[in-house]
Design a protein around this ligand. Sequence first.
Ligand SMILES: Cc1cc2nc3c(=O)[nH]c(=O)nc-3n(C[C@H](O)[C@H](O)[C@H](O)COP(=O)(O)O)c2cc1C
Length: 340
Amino acid sequence: MVWNIGPIKVDGPVVLGPMSGYTSRGYRDFMKPFGVAVSVTEMTSAVGIKNADFKTVDYVSFDRNYPTGLQLFGHSAEDISEAATKALASNPNIDFFDINMGCPVHKILRSGAGSVLMKDPELCERIVSMVKENTGLPVTAKIRLGSDRNHMNYMDVIEHLQSAGVDAITVHARTKDQGYSGYPDFEEVRDLRDRMDVPLIISGNIYSLDNAIDAMDITGADAVMVARGGVGNPFLVTQIDEYYRSGERLPNPTVHQQIEWCIQLADMLIDEKGEECAVRKLRSIAPKFVSGCHRCREYRLRLATETDDRQSMVGILEEIDARMGLEQINTDGRRTYYNI
Ligand SMILES: Cc1cc2nc3c(=O)[nH]c(=O)nc-3n(C[C@H](O)[C@H](O)[C@H](O)COP(=O)(O)O)c2cc1C
């Protein structure tokens, strides 16, 4: 149960996945009490940090209340290690650095960063080695299986990362070409942990406790990464954490609990970003809190389109609560959508 990122003792099987546009400080702080053992910031440009006036760089500021890594993307070992050193000087609360070697987004690939790095395992090794040497902090990396089904070089990359002294590796079990759709191929990485010298965090389609158990069992991973599956379903983290502590399968939450958590997240994001910006973001997050329950399609639509401020959002949420607060969220982790 307890595993390590270098000298950091991690007490729990759930890592909160970095998600650009979602996993800001407010979101991470909201998710933590549900049982997140480690979290990672959304990816941050190494070149951006190098050139930044720190007063304007919010990504790198957070408190030390639980292990949090700053994720960096870039294409040169020099840029990334310089950015890491500068970020650490600005925020001594950074516990470790995570290097993005898996992003499939065009804009990032064009700049030679993200999953492009996997084409050059020596470069991956150099990046980890330089960041470790220059910051003295643990360094993790997040990779995919490879570029496509015919170029799955994850093992070569893992070996180079280990030579550099990487402290843990997240494997998102999809290829770059799959983007975020299609099924992760956990069979490809069956028993991968046995072939590795450092902790493995496994990622891909973790929407339910059973998804997490399967991914961990098949690969032998030390931890599982909750990403999209936790958006609007924070209790998934608790269900996974509790299962690995006690073997107990906790029931899904009620609509009432979901509504309470949604309002709590809204307030934390409003605190962080201001009401206008937070409510804009919440239009895509709040509907996910009321999916998987009976007759809530209309409410999801209203949450996405009729929320101009906190008051209007909370008004809709309270209406939902009054109508079906006691209802349990559908037990199918994939969330069946009922027709009204
Ligand atoms: C909107 C979005 C943004 C993401 N941003 C990042 C990121 O900044 N850095 C990163 O390493 N992975 C990022 N990911 C990948 C996730 O961390 C995770 O590995 C991936 O979504 C697979 O897990 P899932 O299928 O359970 O969501 C992102 C994924 C999504 C959907």
